[in-house]
Design a protein around this ligand. Structure first.
Ligand code: BG6
Length: 267
């Protein structure tokens, strides 16, 4: 293991954005809830079943491209809407219309509350770059570039595959592995030499089915078991923990090297 807490074979780190680098997963979840609840209330009346921002968000929306999130959640409730077109007015009863309304709400929330990056993630990113590994951001969000710019880290990635790039290239989104694989290919490394950093179950599935060298689950919401069940090799609450594990591991290796033959290494 390296001092980054990763297998020695890893040459590239592929980071998800929302919930991994920035505190924006909760903002997305809140915008989705507001939009879906307004839609369901209009459709089913005051007795409507509200969108569950934890269970339904994690299972059907988190990590997926915007339109896939709309479609997957509605399908789980046995609702089918026409696709519409990308310029449908926000709130129109189409997949695109509901997605556009959610985006309007998301941008309003971001304008009001701003965006913050996780300190531990910034430290980890710095350490990765100092160690000479490649970095990529791989996000389903079409707002990825603006969010990175708003926290001043858009230049810290060798490659960016986001919702806009994926649409331009016709890449299917998470849980399919294609966006992560495209990032690895662009960096000139094998999937097996790349580590995926994800907080969403759909992202874990992408990491597993793409056969990446290491998949780190970041548990911001108490879903460590689910992250493991979806293929995480390691689960941390903050990326700072990987630096601490890496440092401890290296100290152990140094002690082992200095050990007098025959003496036992203490745990
Ligand atoms: O609507 P956007 O900004 O293009 O983002 C798409 C998706 O991006 C993912 O990163 C988020 O986990 C989802 O909640 C979000 O819906």
């Amino acid at each position: 293991m390296t001092n980054l807490g990763l297998p020695d074979s890893i040459r590239a780190c592929l980071f998800d954005l929302d919930g991994v680098l920035t505190r924006t997963a909760v903002v997305h979840a809140a915008a989705w809830k507001e939009m879906f609840d307004a839609y369901l209330r209009g459709r089913d009346g005051p007795g409507f079943r509200p969108f569950d921002p934890v269970a339904e968000y994690d299972a059907y929306v988190d990590g997926r491209p915007r339109a896939d999130g709309v479609r997957t959640f509605l399908a789980a409730r046995d609702i089918r809407l026409p696709e519409g077109t990308p310029d449908d007015p926000p709130g129109a009863e189409t997949v695109n219309g509901l997605g556009n309304r959610k985006n309007e709400l998301l941008l309003e929330k971001i304008r009001t509350d701003g965006v913050e990056a996780y300190d531990g993630s910034l430290r980890y990113l710095r350490a990765v770059r100092e160690a000479g590994l490649y970095t990529a951001v791989v996000s389903s969000s079409a707002n990825c570039r603006d969010i990175l710019a708003s926290v001043g880290i858009e230049d810290r990635f060798d490659v960016r595959i986001d919702g806009i790039v994926a649409r331009e290239r016709g890449l299917p989104g998470k849980p399919r592995p294609d966006t992560f694989l495209a990032a690895a290919r662009e960096l000139g490394v094998e999937a097996g030499e790349s580590a995926v950093f994800e907080d969403a179950l759909a992202g874990m599935d992408a990491g597993r089915s793409g056969h990446f060298g290491y998949v780190v689950g970041i548990d911001r919401t108490g879903q460590a078991d689910a992250l493991r069940a979806h293929g995480a090799d390691a689960v941390v609450q903050d990326l700072r923990e990987l630096l601490e594990d890496g440092a401890a591991q290296q100290a152990r290796q140094v002690r082992q090297k200095q050990q007098v033959p025959g003496q036992e290494e203490r745990p």
